[in-house]
Design a protein around this ligand. Structure first.
Ligand SMILES: NC(=O)c1ccc[n+]([C@@H]2O[C@H](COP(=O)([O-])OP(=O)(O)OC[C@H]3O[C@@H](n4cnc5c(N)ncnc54)[C@H](OP(=O)(O)O)[C@@H]3O)[C@@H](O)[C@H]2O)c1
Length: 399
């Protein structure tokens, strides 16, 4: 039986992880859970899975949880609580927090020798080189959960990375793919509910906005660069509106391996949870004749400049992806709070990245403190650019 801890258990990925676990109660023992504010949901999970340890975002949340589940449970709070859950004795940690707040606990899990199933892509975006170094120093495994990276992971199985000529990430194009319906001027004024209306996937709010702005695909390019150690010039993006082909690997003999299936995050979650085994899932299966056609097109880099910013960040400096990620987290939080228009997200990301590269092009990241400094700087500059004041400038607070 695998001992499993879940960081972000009340979120979209966290809940689907527990769904998969519920289908295989003999394969997994849920030993620790961490959440933020969703106390009612967490209390239900505690009653159902009986973990040894949980963590919540605040003392008040801890008090509310204790009232619901009784005095025996070990309840921790805040950043130390996340670290306690991440390092609790377990075989696998599902990293499903959202944003920069996940970086420290994920690194702590790796340093404690845990295998990590990684959904929290911002961790690799901010500190991919550092995470890679820690994973190889500790001999742990990093198993991708993002559907595109899980597809690549599966398409690489049994192959040598030296034989790879190109990774091809697919991208649904999001709710604003149609340039006639969504010309640049209308896109800049898109409303919150329009941006949250993703055509293929039901996900947390932050990633859904990132999917609408194509920042999500930019973050995934950076994530792929570090997960698979492939340089950015050999990572391509193609828009595929049906989200059936989850991504592809091209080899030097021109063979292309794809992983395909209906869009359902429980599949990549199950792949990561069970690796190297496979779990049965009683969910709808792909019927190619019913799908009947698969479309592909170039991404629109003019209406969605965020994708280009990701490549510029990778080429610009080692700290630039963390700066870009920080600016984006602040801007997305501002948009979700109704404080800034949709168009301001990409504008802010571009301006903060340009300012960073203007002074720090080619700079190197030596350790976690450099990454956190880049994160703080990116947040502060984005808040200043958006007139959002100067509070909340540490990793994850705005996520
Ligand atoms: N959803 C998807 O289908 C999908 C697909 C691919 C990749 N991903 C990636 O997976 C990650 C999770 O996405 P999601 O959609 O599951 O996000 P989500 O639904 O917003 O869930 C985020 C989780 O993190 C917790 N959390 C957030 N801030 C916290 C804090 N400061 N302290 C403690 N807990 C905190 C939340 O707790 P509370 O709700 O209790 O506050 C929740 O459990 C993201 O990096 C995303 O890009 C998601």
């Amino acid at each position: 039986m695998k001992r499993l801890s879940v960081l972000g258990s009340t979120g979209s990925i966290g809940e689907q992880t527990l769904d998969v676990v519920s289908l295989h109660p003999d394969a997994f023992d849920v030993v620790a859970l961490a959440a933020g504010k969703s106390i009612v949901r967490l209390a239900e999970q505690v009653k159902r899975f009986r973990p040894e340890l949980v963590s919540v975002g605040s003392e008040d949340g801890a008090r509310q949880l204790r009232e619901r589940v009784g005095p025996e449970l070990d309840i921790r709070v805040g950043a130390p609580g996340l670290e306690a859950v991440a390092t609790h004795p377990a075989d696998l940690v599902m990293a499903a927090l959202v944003g920069a707040v996940g970086l420290a606990p994920t690194l702590a899990a790796i340093r404690a020798g845990r295998d990590v199933a990684l959904a929290n892509k911002e961790v690799m975006v901010m500190a991919g080189a550092l995470v890679r170094r820690e994973v190889s120093a500790r001999g742990t495994s990093l198993l991708p959960v993002d559907s595109e990276h899980s597809a690549i992971f599966q398409a690489l199985s049994g192959q040598r990375v030296e034989d790879v000529s190109r990774l091809i990430l697919t991208c649904s194009g999001g709710p604003f793919r149609d340039a006639e319906a969504w010309p640049a001027e209308r896109l800049a004024r898109a409303r919150r509910e329009e941006a949250l209306d993703h055509p293929n996937w039901k996900m947390g709010d932050k990633i859904t906005i990132d999917s609408a702005s194509l920042m999500n695909k930019g973050l995934e390019v950076i994530e792929a660069r570090w997960l698979f150690d492939v340089p950015p010039e050999r990572i391509d993006v193609v828009v595929h509106p049906q989200s059936i082909v989850h991504s592809l690997v091209e080899y030097r003999d021109t063979s292309v391996m794809a992983q395909v299936g209906l869009p359902d995050m429980r599949v990549p979650i199950a792949v990561a949870l069970a690796h190297p085994d496979r779990l049965s899932l009683e969910i709808p299966r792909l019927d190619l004749a019913a799908v009947s056609r698969l479309d592909f097109e170039e991404p629109d880099r003019e209406r969605f400049p965020n994708l280009g910013f990701a490549y510029q960040a990778l080429e610009g400096s080692e700290a630039a992806p963390a700066v870009l990620n920080a600016a984006n987290e602040v801007a997305v939080a501002g948009f979700l709070a109704g404080k800034i228009p949709f168009g301001a997200i990409a504008r802010t990301n571009g301006a903060v990245l340009e300012e960073h590269l203007g002074t720090c092009r080619g700079s190197r990241v030596e350790g976690l403190e450099d990454v956190l400094e880049a994160d703080r700087w990116g947040r502060a500059r984005a808040r200043a650019a958006l007139g959002l004041g100067d509070q909340s400038v540490t990793a994850g607070e705005s996520a």
